[in-house]
Design a protein around this ligand. Sequence first.
Ligand SMILES: Nc1ncnc2c1ncn2[C@@H]1O[C@H](COP(=O)(O)OP(=O)(O)OP(=O)(O)O)[C@@H](O)[C@H]1O
Ligand SMILES: [Mg+2]
Length: 323
Amino acid sequence: MALLEVDQLITEFATDEGLVRAVDGVSFDVEAGATLGIVGESGCGKSVTALSMMRLLPQPMGRIAGGSITFQGTDLTRLDIPAMENVRGRRIGMVFQEPMTALNPVHTIGRQLTEGMLLHKVCEPANALRAAADMLDRVGIPSPDLRLGEYPHQLSGGMRQRVVIAMALACEPDLLIADEPTTALDVTIQAQILELIADLQRRMGMAVIMITHDLGVIAETCEQVVVMYAGKVAEQGSVFDIFDRPAHPYTRGLLASIPRLETPAKSRLGVIEGMVPGLRDLPIGCRFENRCEHAIDRCREQVPAPELVAAGHTVSCLRWQAL
Ligand SMILES: Nc1ncnc2c1ncn2[C@@H]1O[C@H](COP(=O)(O)OP(=O)(O)OP(=O)(O)O)[C@@H](O)[C@H]1O
Ligand SMILES: [Mg+2]
């Protein structure tokens, strides 16, 4: 059995204009110690998928309306709050996009780092500060003992994100969910943070779900990839499948939009024309149909089911074989 098995996950939000389905039948597995990337444009449901796994959907609007999230043999969608709190932080750590949202501005770094460790009893109170300093050291923060007494605003953006990673890793979780962990950071710091996550992953043997809109990040860090579009999985497979033989027109469009150094600055971004459909006016058939140059009448009428391209590689496109 895989470490994590997400099966036909459906997540809905109650809004003033009725129910919207932000995640609609998403399935993927993550093996112990492996790295899975979830990629897609803004609004495609990446964060909602992550928040569903953590059971941190905004309340009372958000709810898991179907499917299962089996982690270490337990369906997280069925856990009560105390049981879920035991999983969160202890077995699954999460790094959010904006480091300041995860940090409390009025508490010291030391207090925030030790809180989770004490809650989950992974160390004795007398040793907590020592363990926190060790963790800061592991994420490459200089003079960790001094940092423990400082507040978030005293740190640079890159250092803050390192603290957030240290917090997520403090209890040595089996799975780290990193939701755009480097988007708010400049490029050199980005590379350092990704390297840091990869290094800690190797040393601690944890699995990682790397959420990003950047296929470059996926290429550097992941083994398996889920490409999401408008709340559904468009394509999934190994990094090799996705980069070397993408089958979905959306994946191909994303690949074409990766900036390449050798192309002149002006023509660097070949963006996909058009916009992701709103959740309130989703097309009846394929959700990518209005942006797809290969769409035919059937694409407007029929929802494409996942089809096997090769072992471990699936695509949800009626026309993939004809492309
Ligand atoms: N609290 C909410 N109420 C209603 N709709 C929501 C809520 N939170 C998210 N959504 C909707 O769910 C959809 C998916 O959002 P999500 O934040 O998962 O996108 P994302 O893929 O993480 O995008 P980004 O790359 O910008 O982070 C969006 O259409 C969004 O409007
Ligand atoms: Mg997001």
